[in-house]
Design a binder for this molecule. Structure first.
Ligand SMILES: C[S@@+](CC[C@H](N)C(=O)[O-])C[C@H]1O[C@@H](n2cnc3c(N)ncnc32)[C@H](O)[C@@H]1O
Length: 255
């Protein structure tokens, strides 16, 4: 999944999403040394951690997303450390006390072989006793096959107005949810411009993730259903995992 095409609407939609920031900052605060963020995107979390004095490396495969993170870095006077790479294959020659994959980044690993390869690579980059923390949304979808507007309207300084409509298709056998975005911008002249973008995510169930972690050499994770540490319940919108390498399988192998 290449995010290049989605970079502009990603920032419009999610730049103000803050629910996860203090959770990841809290974990990072307890770790000495550099933190690795996988799927750093446009630097939403990377910048938050950097502003708090956390030395963080943001790994991101999409050139457009990295360019936006770099622009943020310059705009906000930060020095974000961004590297190009894929979580399945990165090799940084360094181990980390904390590796994070915020905001559904693992949902872009579609086949079990890709998921295992990424998790094994992540484990190999964990320092002894280090933690891998990530969050995924709980699979629950709105009306499928219906063009929806979920209140996302953005007003630009030039007087234009952008409305985001989405259409979702569900592929249960492959655990895929595909979202087609119809992005309509009404210019001050009254002209309407539409762009079209597609995003496919591989959703997970809680115990599937636990088994994947186990297969990749992690111990039983801490699983919560809120960023404040509450339990995973029927009403939870997110699943948050904190895992460490299982005993005898500490990090740094293969670096
Ligand atoms: C939903 S965005 C999250 C961005 C950022 N972490 C945030 O919280 O705002 C998912 C990001 O994961 C990246 N991604 C997709 N596949 C990846 C892979 N195989 N390895 C690393 N990152 C990946 C995408 O390019 C995208 O920037």
């Amino acid at each position: 999944m290449n995010y290049d095409d989605l970079a502009a609407i990603y920032d419009q939609q999610y730049d103000s999403y803050r629910s996860d920031l203090h959770f990841y900052a809290g974990l990072a605060g307890g770790v000495g040394g550099r933190v690795l963020e996988l799927g750093a995107g446009t630097g939403r979390v990377t910048a938050f951690l950097t502003r708090r004095g956390v030395p963080v490396v943001g790994l991101e495969p999409s050139r457009e997303m990295r360019a936006r993170a770099q622009a943020r870095s310059e705009r906000e006077g930060l020095s974000l450390n961004l590297v190009a790479g894929d979580m399945q294959s990165f090799a940084l020659g360094e181990s980390f006390g904390l590796i994070i994959a915020p905001f559904n980044a693992l949902m872009h690993l579609y086949a079990p072989s890709e998921q295992l390869q990424a998790l094994e690579n992540i484990r190999a980059h964990l320092a002894p006793g280090g933690t891998f923390a990530f969050d995924l949304y709980v699979p629950r979808f709105g009306a499928l096959g219906t063009l929806r507007h979920e209140g996302e309207t953005f007003h630009a300084p030039d007087g234009s107005r952008t409305d985001l409509f989405l259409l979702q298709r569900h592929d249960p056998p492959r655990q895929l949810i595909t979202t087609e975005y119809f992005v309509d911008t009404a210019l001050p002249t009254g002209e309407l411009r539409r762009t079209f973008h597609t995003l496919t995510q591989r959703y997970y169930t809680r115990f599937e993730v636990e088994w994947l972690l186990r297969c990749a050499g992690f111990g039983a994770p801490r699983v919560t259903g809120s960023f404040q540490g509450g339990p995973l319940t029927e009403g939870s919108e997110v699943m948050i995992f904190q895992a460490q390498a299982s005993a005898g399988r500490g990090g740094s192998q293969g670096l």
